[in-house]
Design a protein around this ligand. Structure first.
Ligand code: ADP
Ligand code: GLC
Length: 469
């Protein structure tokens, strides 16, 4: 068994803001079948502690960046969860990343440095009679871990830094490096310095043994100025160490309540009723997303007339940037075929996937994306931009894809309102050809979206990193 400690700031079912939580929550269980003993360390936010009342202390820190802390042993499904209980850093209400003013918590550099330090201590000293051979580091929040490991002389422990989203880099003012216990020598262009600041993400990308991201196409894209967000040069230098491994979804959780298109019809009627939409000629489309620039939802507003012209409808579930929330509310008010729910609601997201004909993912960049995978599983045809994981998981209804009978969705390019509008016109035409549409739904539902092959890829990578057979 390869022993791996996953270092993450969020994890389903305990705490989630996006897809990272799903991935961190699913991987340990999926890897168990592939000879990997993956345990997880997660900050002890109030809802994590209250969900794990049985968790017992297995390690104590007298002072971890400003206060006493403990590592508690809890459970994550059938695997072990270590909870970093540090009340001075995590015992507060509201979002795990943002304060009541909507800005990052001012002490975020310390909150996640503490997670990295705890992981490095566990890796060097062991915990509970267990010591990891590999640390799996998710995003910037885990980025400082290899720096602390080196400082502690634990060069035998390997690290895999996984980029889920390069837009968040964990920047901190340079003067904090003493307080963050970072080595002076590393504060250079070749180290963790980024334009005069500390970059936690860059630290991970410079010092980790290996790098990965969540799709092969995004791994390529990351090395370009368009997508690398300033880190493309570094990633190009480390190209030989960088791989893309697609995310899967938990098929037990995302199980459609029907087995074919006929079974879907009653869910569509129920969904239309729930949102006060009349039956319509065209496809019912859904959007389930964080309302941010990344997701390209402004393009959706631009292209909406083309969808409505096909007799289509749209329901949006999401929350995020106030301007987008307001724009969608306004669209719902003025357009009879549009409905919106601003908020976060997982049960509703499942009803929407079950009831809709299509799921829309017009992202400007998308490292992997999970909603198009739910769409495949539910036979809710994904309409996606041709980027990142969306390029890797959907087979476009091109002339070739249709002729071969293998299409599972629609891709559009470039990522503009005009191209999306054209995709809506194609969507309407396909939807009217009932046989073609039914074939696409069958293809989508049969497409493998579980963790199996990706779990194997991670297991192989960990084995390679530890020199195991
Ligand atoms: P990202 O991590 O960039 O937000 P992903 O597609 O990887 O994108 O993952 C998003 C996850 O969050 C999916 O599981 C999606 O269903 C869920 N999600 C996003 N917004 C909402 C919402 N408003 N209500 C319920 N689930 C949501
Ligand atoms: C990020 C990305 C998303 C990916 C998720 C999980 O939040 O935006 O594309 O699916 O991480 O890896």
């Amino acid at each position: 068994m390869t022993r791996v400690l996953s270092v993450t700031s969020e994890c389903v079912p305990l705490v989630k803001t996006g897809g990272l939580a799903d991935v961190a929550g699913a991987l340990p269980g999926a890897l168990a079948a592939h000879g990997v003993d993956m345990r997880t360390i997660l900050p002890g936010y109030p809802k994590v502690l209250s969900a794990q009342p049985e968790a017992k202390p297995v390690h104590r820190f007298d002072d971890l960046f400003g206060g006493p802390a403990a590592v508690l042993r809890g459970t994550l499904g059938d695997t072990v969860l270590y909870i970093l209980d540090a009340p001075h850093l995590y015992n507060r209400s509201g979002s795990i990343y943002l304060g009541p003013d909507g800005q990052d918590w001012p002490d975020n550099p310390f909150r996640f440095a503490a997670l990295c330090m705890a992981a490095a201590v566990i890796a060097t000293d062991g915990i509970d009679g267990w010591a990891p051979q590999v640390l799996h580091l998710h995003d910037w929040q885990a980025g400082l871990t290899p720096v602390y490991l080196q400082q502690r002389g634990a060069t035998h422990v390997k690290t895999l830094a996984t980029v889920h989203n390069i837009a968040f880099q964990g920047l901190a003012p340079a003067h904090l490096r003493g307080a963050l216990a970072l080595p002076e020598a590393g504060f250079t262009r070749d180290g963790y310095e980024y334009w005069g600041k500390i970059s936690a993400l860059k630290a991970g990308l410079v010092y980790a043994t290996r790098l990965s991201t969540v799709s092969p196409t995004y791994a390529e894209e990351l090395m370009t100025p368009e997508f690398g967000m300033g880190l493309e040069g570094l990633l190009r230098q480390r190209a030989a160490d960088l791989t893309g491994i697609l995310n899967g979804i938990d098929e037990a959780v995302w199980q459609p309540p029907y087995s074919d298109l006929t079974g879907k019809a009653e869910h569509k009627r129920a969904l239309q009723q729930e949102f006060g939409l009349d039956p319509a000629e065209g496809p019912l489309c859904v959007v389930i997303a964080r309302l941010t620039g990344q997701k390209g939802l402004d393009l959706l507003l631009e292209a909406l007339p083309a969808l409505l012209a096909q007799g289509g409808q749209m329901i949006v579930l999401g929350s995020g940037e106030p301007e987008l929330e307001a724009a969608f509310r306004q669209a719902a008010k003025t357009q009879p075929g549009v409905a919106v729910y601003i908020g976060y609601d997982e049960a509703l997201s499942r009803r929407m996937m079950a009831g809709a004909d299509a799921t829309l993912v017009p992202s400007r960049f998308e490292p992997c994306g999970l909603t198009q995978l739910y769409g495949l599983r539910f036979g809710t045809i994904p309409v996606v931009s041709l980027t990142g994981g969306l390029a890797d998981t959907i087979i476009n209804a091109s002339a070739a894809g249709l002729a071969a009978g293998v299409a599972t969705g629609l891709q559009f390019h470039p990522v503009t309102g005009l191209a999306l509008a054209n995709a809506f016109t194609r969507l309407g035409a396909l939807y009217r050809q009932r046989d073609v549409w039914a074939q696409m739904v069958r293809n989508a539902m049969a497409h493998p979206v579980g963790w199996d092959s990706s779990a194997r890829a991670y297991a192989d990578l960990f084995a390679e990193m530890t020199g195991a057979e």
